[in-house]
Design a protein around this ligand. Structure first.
Ligand code: ADP
Ligand code: MG
Length: 297
């Protein structure tokens, strides 16, 4: 069986080859180990972003088209400055697109420049920095999104405990962020993002500040969390091997302006392990993407 199916995007056609609303590589997905992928959950159509900076205009994204299915894990890779964070901020309601549409389960996230908070209830966010409140315990930090939604203290504590189990922080509910390692703080940030049971998890280089060993461990953990929650994940990284290890599809962005260059399906069996990374298929996919990245500069 073909291990990868790649769609290379021609000028201006975005998500390559398929009519909107249909996964371009639906066949590859159906053939893979993830037959349970559901309907389209997240959809970007004709998304453009231009920053009006003091030193002039920066075209950060041009005509980005992408449909992501429920439960799918999509990695977004590309050089620094190619618009990965911009794209994630648009998806997460932090930054309006200049034009184009972004929908989560059919609900528009943006109506012009105003954000639709109802649609964003389905979305959880994790950044490179954990951004925990130092004066709150880990459980309190994890429960914060629930507090903002009016969930009572007891239910918050229960959910925090459940999530500490899920992310490997059992026993640290009452600890303070300063008492945790960087990797553990990132686990807490993931737990916090999951607290309100979002169906979509957006992650911007969540392990970028961690050492290599911790990062490998976190990738395994994230894989388990993804399997346990069934969440749809958009994961930004500049590590190609990390992107491939985790993803059902890898989306490669090119800089200035940021646009989708290619979408690569990764149909390696799950769960993946260190053996996966040693496999010829894995290395072939990684090599192919590296070549593409190199062609960009
Ligand atoms: N607030 C901003 N104002 C002006 N330009 C910006 C702003 N944020 C990002 N940019 C520019 O947009 C481009 C994409 O940035 P970004 O999305 O942060 O890329 P990445 O996350 O891939 O490194 C870069 O050229 C960057 O300099
Ligand atoms: Mg970034």
């Amino acid at each position: 069986m073909e291990m990868t199916q790649k769609t290379t995007v021609q000028d201006g056609t975005g998500d390559a080859a398929a009519p909107r609303g249909e996964l371009p590589d639906a066949q590859a997905v159906a053939d893979s180990s993830r037959p349970e992928l559901g309907s389209v959950e997240l959809e970007l159509a004709g998304v453009n972003k231009v920053y009006q900076a003091r030193r002039g205009r920066v075209e950060a994204l041009r005509d980005v088209n992408l449909s992501i299915r429920r439960g799918e894990f999509v990695s977004l890779v590309g050089r620094s400055g190619c618009g990965k964070t911009t794209l994630l901020r648009i998806l997460s309601g932090l930054l309006p697109p200049s034009s184009g549409s972004v929908t989560a389960n059919g609900q528009s996230i943006w109506r012009g420049a105003s954000r639709n908070d109802e649609a964003l209830k389905q979305v959880g966010l994790v950044f490179q920095e954990a951004n925990l409140f130092p004066w709150f315990t880990i459980a309190e930090n994890i429960g914060l999104p629930l507090k903002l939604r009016g969930v009572d203290r007891k239910a918050r504590a229960e959910r925090a405990e459940e999530l500490c189990d899920l992310v490997g922080l059992r026993g640290f509910e009452g600890a303070y962020p300063r008492e945790l390692s960087g990797g553990m703080r990132q686990r807490a940030a993931i737990a916090r993002a999951l607290s309100a049971r979002p169906s979509i998890l957006l992650m911007d280089e969540p392990f970028g500040a961690l050492d290599a060993l911790t990062r490998d461990k976190m990738n395994l953990e994230l894989q388990s969390i993804h399997a346990a929650t069934g969440a749809t994940v958009v994961f930004v990284t500049h590590s190609i091997s990390e992107a491939v290890f985790l993803a059902d599809r890898v989306v490669l962005l090119t800089p200035r302006p940021g646009r989708i260059r290619s979408v690569t399906s990764v149909s390696l069996d799950r769960p993946r392990s260190a053996d996966t990374e040693a496999s010829a298929e894995f290395q072939q996919i990684v090599r192919g993407l590296r070549v593409e990245l190199d062609e960009e500069s």
